[in-house]
Design a protein around this ligand. Structure first.
Ligand SMILES: [Cu+2]
Length: 124
């Protein structure tokens, strides 16, 4: 009986929710020369979130956060080697479930970190 209930409920969910349901929460992070906004970036631990990364600067920037991406459960999107590279005007969407902790972020483009392009992700 219990099994039947879950099977029925499961198919009801399939009917009502799109195949790849987006997380309810999204956080937009802007990359410009030479900073991230917001800074720091606050997220809720264990809660699915959609990160929208937007390069609104005039040069290439990246969002390098190896430890953050390694510890999170990636649901959609890609961050090869723990980084997302974006040309001017480009954006990327990454759905993930973060784990509590604080994680460093920096831009790996030459000199950008020195110019202040770094921040923290704080997962509470
Ligand atoms: Cu940069």
């Amino acid at each position: 009986m219990k099994r039947f209930f879950f099977a029925a409920f499961g198919s009801l969910l399939m009917l009502t929710a799109p195949a790849a349901a987006a997380p309810r929460t999204s956080v937009t992070i802007t990359l410009t020369s030479h900073r991230y906004t917001p800074s720091p970036i606050y997220l809720a631990g264990g809660v699915p979130v959609r990160l929208i990364l937007q390069n609104r600067g005039g040069k290439d920037h990246d969002f390098s956060a190896a430890k953050f991406f390694r510890s999170s459960r990636l649901v959609a999107g890609r961050a090869p080697s723990g980084e997302v590279r974006l040309g001017p005007g480009q954006s990327a969407i990454i759905d993930l479930i973060p784990v509590r902790g604080s994680y460093k972020v920096h831009c790996g483009e030459f000199g950008h970190k020195l110019l202040g392009m770094s921040t923290m992700i704080i997962v509470l």
